[in-house]
Design a protein around this ligand. Sequence first.
Ligand code: GLV
Ligand code: GLV
Length: 323
Amino acid sequence: SKPNVVITRRIPEAGLARVQEVCQVRQWDSDDPIPRETLLEWVRGIDGLYCLLTERIDEELLDAAGSNLRVVSTLSVGYDHIDVAACRRRNIAVGNTPGVLTETTADLAVALLLATARRIPEAIDAIRRGEWTTWKPMWMAGQDVHGSTVGIVGLGRIGRAVARRLRGFNCRILYHDVRPRPEVADELGATYVDMDTLLAECDFITLHPRLNASTYHLFDAEKFRKMKKTAILINTSRGPVVDQEALYQALVNGEILAAGLDVTEPEPLPVDHPLLQLPNCVVLPHIASASVATRTKMALIAAENLIAGVQGKPLPYPVEDES
Ligand code: GLV
Ligand code: GLV
C-alpha cells in the first residue's frame, strides 16, 4: 500500500499531483492554516509530512505522529519552524527548498530596498490622497542607491545574489557573517568587516541570515544607535532577527531613516500595528519568493523530498547543518 502523508495546505497543483503518484494524501485543502489540534490528530501514524513555515514542528507534534514518520518536508528554504535536532534524534529526515528561490528572493530584496530608499509606497499613497498638486523640488526626495555603501548580513546564497545585483548600481559592498567567506566574497567584490564597522559605514543594511539562537533579535536598540541616522534597514530573512519594538523606536526617534520589511514578528502583522502607521516603514506580507514559477518549483522540490523520505532514500535537498 502507498505511504500515508499529510499536506498541511493547498499547494501548487503540480506538487500535489507528484505526491499523489506515490502517496496516499490527506490534505488540508484551504488557503488558511490547519488548526494545531487538527494537525496533531491528522499526523497520527503517518509516514511523511509536507508542511509550510506556518506549522511548528516540535517534540509535541513528533510525539503525536509516532514512530512511522520518516520525513518532514517544508515548502520553504527557512526551517526555523522545525526542531531539526529533535527530528535527527528520531531519524526523521528534514528537507527544504534551497536554490530555486534564491534569485526570486534577491529580486524582491532589491525591489524593497529601492522602494524604501525612493519612498515609492509613500508617493503612491500621496497621489491617491490628492496631494500631487505641483512639481516640488524636495517633495518625496529620498536616498540614492547607486554609489552607496551596502552592508549584507549573512553572505549565503541569497545575500550573494543581492550583492551581485547591487554591483550593477555601483555600490560598495561590505558584509558580515559568522566567518569571512573569501571563496565567494572575492568575486563579488564584497569586503568582510566586523559588525561595528558595518553599522557605522553602511547607507543600507540588508539582512540574510538564518534565524537561530544567535541571530534572534540580532538587530536591537544598540545596533540601531550605531547605524547612520540616514541608514535604511532591509529585512527579507525572518522577522525575529530584528527587535521590532527597538526598530519602531529607532524609526520614530530618527536614529535610522527608514526600514523595509518583508518579514515581521508576528506574521501576519496585525493591521493596527504601530509600524504600519509609519511613513518611513515599508512592510510587505512575506512575498520575497512569491513568483509563480518559483513557488511552483518549491512545491515540486518539497514533493521530491517527501517522496524520497517515505521511500527511505536520501533527500535531494536535506536541510544543512548549522555552520
Ligand atoms: C520563505 O521565507 C522561505 O523560507 O522559503
Ligand atoms: C538561503 O538559504 C541562503 O543560503 O541564503
